[in-house]
Design a protein around this ligand. Structure first.
Ligand code: GDG
Length: 769
């Protein structure tokens, strides 16, 4: 098999994937049998060599295993990963009811793929270059080689049509490699660490190959909204693909080299969205309620001399965690006399990590020097300022420490999520303890009742620590209760379920209204003010060959009228069509609120269509018109069409060569002059828009305008995913038909949608049907 360093593609004349890890390849009995395959760098087990040289395996109880275990068992799942020991081959085996498929890594792979490219290039780059990333072509080659081996192992065990869920930055090429080898698979990817802003990501010499690799997935999950946004921006900047909210249109013919689609103009829809990871909150609480663990927590405090305040930091010894900043702030507080070593002790667990990477060796020296200095300056014979531990502890001991700690310090400079913050909250069933949390940790998006800090601001961090130490019991309890609700509602099972729901979502959809949907409708119908927002094509009206012929199915109009007749109900249509066209086909009653062109056009209880472009957008529109008019004036057969917030360049009547030239010219000049422009590619048409509005934006506007406290949204298309993404916990999303979705419910066709509308009206009117 041949491979070129600047491409992630397979050589097509070979049938097998990479066989350099053939000794790790699964045996025949396992091949192609699994309907759910998880792929991660490490298997969820630790290897131990018995005296007789035989392998024994101990489950490493990570959150991911806990979350996926029941699913894996129920759905015939396999886990593909490295068993954590170099140069050893193992046949696939069963551990605790899960099939494990080991991938072999030799010493060189570990050095170059894992310690090199993953941990010395991607890790610092993705964490905002807190440490300088290294860029070496040999380690990139190793990354590609090992990614191919993981993809080969996954492809070999996945059943036809199986779902494969790939995890984390070590395996970003796997989605594309898998798609090329096995187009039948449904492929998801989750990035556990941040995705950096374009200005930083752009440093990576292999930035296009990585994006191309990831875009092989159907759903790409991130921790934070901002991470997904950074990713979509990188895709726009480097490939020029159309992105709308969470949806990216990836041309199917693009080989990743040019960013241009093939001849067909066909695209594949990829969803890039945040799915914040969590923990098994109930399991942590259960441990915390154990009397022996509570006794241990008391013992810990006693052993430390019963300080008034015990502060705790728990981190892998990593430069992203801001351990140095924490120690500096604590040291200054002791020096200023705002805290005293008699009253306050900081316990710092720094679990050993990546000890062969030189940046980590230097970090350890730096931290241990700082701890030593601080203790030398401030500790007394009876009181130690920092109780520092460079080891790993069993989970029970961690829980006892969380229970013992009055203040938990999470001061990460950049962190995908930070599970320690969530674990601390889950453990504190006593509704006590204060969490000081860096706003640069993903957890800060959800845990807003923590004391949020910017760890670079040492004075601010010091003030936050003092505030935490002095916080009255009532405030502590109020904040902790609210934090606990967040973590309990969104535990790791909810996380994996929502990711997999978005990824797989329904094969054949049965006719009728399913029971769980009916229950949700009953719940919704009780809301004070409710907004019923509906996509039109494919949702109320079946798809037809000529868009102007689309009509809602019989009974829809009456159902909508019944809703309009009720107090506290507003009905809206949310369409991708231009409003004039929507009015033509839908012929809505006058009190129906209308939004068209994916939210660019709005008509709310007035005869006028609003199109509120701001002045910078009007200027862009002028530039756009100037560039396209000049291109179409000089290339025969090309025409331009004005759209509500943009222009389209049509090349249908031009020769193929002229058409391509016109499109290339337009792209090049406009990328240069208007980098923020949204581009959508269709068959023989290139559409540019100065506003990247989505149906999600439309829905937000309608929610605000109608003052609704609950929203119902029904849609069938991938552009409706933006609207589903904008729904809140109490809202109800209804997907019509098959395909990946973020909606909570699904029905088969417009016929069921009309039945649902009739049902809502009846429930609301107090009539049981
Ligand atoms: C990556 C992302 C994201 C630590 N020391 C011990 C120990 N731990 C456990 C903690 C926690 C886990 O390790 C660390 O998770 P974090 O989320 O804090 O950080 P990373 O390892 O950097 O994880 C991160 C995560 O992936 C998940 O997506 O949140 O942002 O960087 O569970 O409790 N556990 C035990 N002994 C120790 O000494 N038993």
């Amino acid at each position: 098999m041949t491979y070129s360093a600047d491409s992630t593609r397979f050589d097509r004349d070979q049938t097998a994937l990479d066989d350099s890890g053939a000794d790790a390849a699964p045996d025949d009995t396992a091949t192609g049998a699994y309907t759910l395959v998880v792929v991660s760098n490490r298997l969820p087990v630790d290897f131990e060599e018995g005296d007789d040289g035989a392998a024994t395996w101990r489950t490493s109880p990570g959150g991911l295993v806990t979350a996926l275990e029941p699913l894996m068992r129920a759905s015939n799942g396999a886990w593909v990963g490295w068993p954590g020991v170099a140069d050893r081959s193992f046949a696939p085996f069963d551990n605790d009811g899960i099939s494990l498929v080991p991938v072999r890594l030799n010493e060189e792979d570990i050095e170059d793929y894992y310690e090199g490219f993953s941990n010395d290039t991607l890790w610092p780059l993705y964490h905002d270059v807190i440490a300088p990333p290294s860029y070496h072509r040999e380690t990139w080659d190793a990354y590609v080689r090992v990614n191919r081996r993981f993809a080969a192992a996954a492809a070999a065990v996945a059943a036809p049509g199986a779902t494969v869920w790939v995890h984390d930055y070590q395996l970003q090429l796997v989605p594309r490699l898998l798609r090329e080898a096995r187009p039948d698979l449904v492929i998801g990817f989750f990035n556990h660490i941040p995705f950096p802003p374009y200005g930083i990501y752009a440093q990576l010499p292999w930035r296009k190959q990585i994006l191309h690799g990831l875009l092989g997935a159907d759903v790409i999950g991130f921790q934070r909204v901002a991470d997904a946004g950074n990713f979509s921006q990188a895709v726009r900047r480097l490939y020029g693909y159309a992105t709308r909210g969470v949806v990216i249109d990836v041309p199917t013919g693009d080989n990743g080299q040019t960013g241009q689609s093939g001849q067909t103009g066909e695209t594949r829809r990829v969803i890039a969205k945040h799915f914040p990871i969590s923990i098994d909150a109930a399991a942590y609480e259960e441990l915390a309620r154990r009397p022996d663990i509570q006794a241990r927590a008391r013992q810990i405090r006693e052993d430390l001399g019963n300080p008034k305040t015990l502060m705790l930091g728990v981190d892998r010894l990593d430069y992203t965690k801001g351990i140095g900043h924490r120690i500096k702030a604590f040291g200054e507080l002791l020096a200023d006399g705002r805290l005293s070593v008699e009253d306050v002790t900081l316990v710092q667990i720094a679990s050993p990590s990546r000890e062969r990477v030189s940046t980590y060796m230097a970090l350890r020296d730096e931290i241990e020097l700082a701890v030593g200095r601080l203790n030398g300056d401030f500790s007394t014979i009876s009181h130690t300022a920092i109780s520092y531990h460079h080891h790993s502890y069993p989970r029970e001991e961690m829980v006892a420490m969380y229970l013992a700690a009055d203040v938990m310090l999470v001061t990460a400079l950049r962190d995908g999520m930070n599970l320690v913050a969530k674990e601390y909250v889950a453990v504190r069933f006593d509704a006590d303890g204060v969490l000081v949390l860096s706003e640069f940790a993903g957890a800060a998006d959800e845990l807003k009742q923590a004391i949020l800090i910017n760890p670079h601001d040492i004075d601010g961090t010091k003030d936050a620590i003092v505030r935490a130490v002095e916080m009255p019991r009532r405030e502590r309890a109020r904040r902790m209760r609210s934090l606990r609700r967040k973590v309990a509602e969104n535990d790791v099972a909810a996380w994996s379920a929502s990711f997999l729901r978005a990824l797989t979502g329904g094969a054949a959809v049965a006719a009728g209204i399913p029971d769980d949907l009916d229950l949700a409708l009953q719940n919704l119908a009780g809301a004070e003010n409710v907004l019923i927002a509906l996509d039109f094509d494919g949702t109320l009206a079946p798809h037809v060959d000529h868009p102007e012929d689309a009509r809602a199915i019989t009974g829809t109009r009456e159902a909508i009228q019944a809703l309009l007749d009720l107090p506290g109900v507003r009905v809206a249509f949310v369409s991708g069509r231009a409003l004039v066209s929507l009015q033509h086909v839908a012929q809505p009653q006058s009190s129906v609120l209308l939004t068209g062109s994916h939210g660019i056009e709005v008509q709310l209880d007035t005869p006028e269509i609003e199109l509120n472009l701001v002045s910078s957008e009007l200027e862009q529109l002028d530039t756009l018109a100037r560039v396209l008019t000049s291109i179409s004036g000089s290339i025969a057969g090309t025409t331009i069409e004005r759209k509500p917030a943009g222009l389209a360049l049509h090349t249908r009547l031009a020769t193929e060569k002229d058409g391509q030239t016109a499109q290339r010219e337009a792209r090049e000049q406009l990328t240069d002059q208007l980098p923020g422009l949204t581009v959508r590619e269709g068959k023989n048409v290139l559409e540019f828009s100065v506003r990247s509005s989505t149906k999600g934006d439309a829905l937000e506007k309608l929610r605000e305008y109608s003052g609704a406290d609950r929203v119902f949204y029904a849609g069938d298309d991938v552009t409706d995913e933006d609207a589903f993404a904008a729904l809140r916990d109490d809202d109800l999303g209804l997907k019509v038909g098959q395909g990946a979705t973020l909606a909570g419910y699904r029905v088969r066709s417009p016929k069921e949608v009309t039945q649902v509308l009739v049902r809502i009206a009846a429930l609301r009117a107090g009539l049981a049907l």
